[in-house]
Design a protein around this ligand. Structure first.
Ligand code: SAM
Ligand code: SF4
Length: 471
């Protein structure tokens, strides 16, 4: 009998990407092998995200399209997981009769039994029960070397912060941290399989371990830094109110910790931050950035913004633009505020009209575009450590085509760099994915940099920027 084919459509954040890996891992012993071709699937799973209305609509429109496939192949199984499943439960079955199973954010370890029930008893199953503990599926236990040198892993589930616009605390349950020994052993296995960079994930990694009395996040980073063979450590997301001195200092102490922090600010207005229940002020945020830069002057800072939160006046919005200019972020994600019915802000008065939100979003993005270009241009002429991620597929590099093979990778500050190796390249000289090389930056674009290879090796943890040998 041929293996069953599993197709997973992952919508939303990196945490969902990790959960999709766990889904695949959980179903593997039952004979499900992942495919990237939808038409050959026996089981399709949609791993949904409820953070913003747009992500939810995307999930429902994809599930809607699956109805035709199901009519053509009644044996096809369709499952819906993730935050929308957790939030809507049974209602998904009435709205989308083609769906066979609905499983919440804590049900991934029970998936083999759920799928089995659906198949053998020909029933529909909904499992949105939330568990008290951590749902451990050791991702690394059956890990296949699939050529990916950079992997994400969740170190902390859920969130207790209750920002007034956010669904996470309601759909993901109470926050919990994984034990450091499990995290360490998972990373060690990944590294043995060829992984060179890990991104530690959590809605608020800064408060890792606090509730459970485990080592702090800074201590965890120190242990991860000691893993032989690992080149780079990244993490996301940090909450400005919980950014400890220890963690900030780690950027000056741990060679493998990349100088990049994603620190969502959401707004620059104190009254909006208060209504969002963010528990910091514009000034406290600026103080944190100043301290980070005093420890690591080349640290890249990125952020999230919500535009048009209920009650946001033009003056509030200008406070946001002012904060953007002062901080000079490397890049940002900006979202139009969207009502989520289980989040308190959906009941707030003074909603901003959609046209105004769109206008403000454009203004914010174009302000950031100018800042990003300025920051990228400032890197021209510097020497950067780049971790090779693959051959460059970016078009528009015609002038470089004669200049030998094109490669791409990222700087420690997480900027994409496309680079070439020079005209006379011996095929023996090919680079390998995961290798750290040194590249001189020659051109800056809005979303990437271009450069030329300087050296085929860069010292592990070479910080780039001012401390780099050649700068
Ligand atoms: N834990 C992170 C933090 O503290 O900022 C954020 C996690 S959230 C999953 C990702 C981003 O989605 C948020 O930073 C916020 O900008 C955006 N977001 C969340 N809820 C939203 C809503 N109702 N409307 C628009 N954007 C939203
Ligand atoms: Fe949502 Fe706030 Fe928690 Fe981030 S910190 S996940 S925005 S509640």
């Amino acid at each position: 009998m041929r293996n069953q084919r599993l197709y997973i459509n992952t919508i939303g954040c990196q945490m969902n990407v990790y959960d999709s890996d766990r889904i695949a891992r959980a179903l593997e012993p039952g004979g499900y092998q992942q495919t990237h071709v939808l038409d050959e699937a026996d089981l399709v799973i949609v791993n949904t995200c409820a953070i913003r209305a747009k992500a939810e609509q995307k999930a429902f429109s994809f599930i809607g399209r699956l109805a035709r496939m199901k009519r053509q192949n009644p044996d096809l199984l369709i499952g819906v997981g993730g935050c929308v499943a957790q939030q809507e439960g049974e209602a998904i079955l009435s709205r989308m009769p083609q769906v066979d199973l609905v499983f919440g954010t804590h049900a991934i370890p029970r998936l083999p039994q759920i799928v089995n029930q659906v198949k053998t008893r020909r029933i529909k199953v909904v499992d949105v029960e939330q568990s008290d503990g951590i749902d451990e599926i050791d991702l690394a236990a059956g890990f296949h070397d699939d050529g990916q040198v950079s992997r994400c892993l969740t170190i902390r589930q859920c969130c207790d912060n209750y920002c007034t616009y956010c669904v996470v605390p309601y759909v993901r349950g109470a926050e919990m941290s994984r034990h450091p020994d499990r995290i360490l052993s998972e990373i060690e296995t990944l590294v043995r399989g060829g992984v060179r960079e890990v991104t530690l994930l959590g809605q608020n990694v800064n408060s890792y371990g606090r509730k459970e009395g485990l080592p702090s996040f800074a201590e965890l980073l120190e242990r991860v830094n000691g893993i032989e063979g690992l080149h780079r450590i990244r993490f996301t997301t940090s909450h400005p109110k919980d950014l400890s001195d220890d963690l900030m200092e780690a950027f000056g102490q741990l060679r493998k910790l990349c100088p990049h922090i994603h620190l969502p600010v959401q707004s620059g207005s104190d009254q909006i931050l208060k209504r969002m229940n963010r528990r910091y002020t514009h000034q406290l945020y600026l103080d944190r950035i100043e301290r980070l830069r005093s420890i690591r002057s080349d640290i890249a800072v990125t952020s999230d913004f919500i535009v048009g939160f209920p009650g946001e006046s033009r003056e509030d919005f200008e406070a946001t633009l002012a904060l953007m200019e002062t901080v000079a972020f490397d890049s940002v994600f900006a979202f139009m505020y969207s009502d989520r019915k289980i989040a308190p802000a959906s009941h707030f008065k003074n909603k901003v009209n959609e046209d105004e939100i769109k206008k403000r979003l454009q203004e914010l993005l174009s302000t950031q575009e100018t800042i990003t270009m300025r920051k990228n241009r400032a890197l021209v002429g510097t020497f950067q450590e780049v971790m090779v991620e693959g051959n460059s597929t970016r078009p528009g590099l015609a002038e470089a085509i004669d200049d030998g093979p094109q490669w791409s990778g990222r700087t420690p500050g997480n900027k994409i760099v496309n680079f070439n190796m020079g005209r006379k390249v011996d095929p023996e000289d090919a680079l390998s994915v995961g290798q750290l090389v040194e590249v001189r930056i020659e051109k800056a674009y809005a979303h990437s940099l271009r450069g030329g290879l300087v050296r085929k090796e860069a010292p592990t943890g070479c910080p780039g920027g001012k401390d780099c040998h050649a700068a």
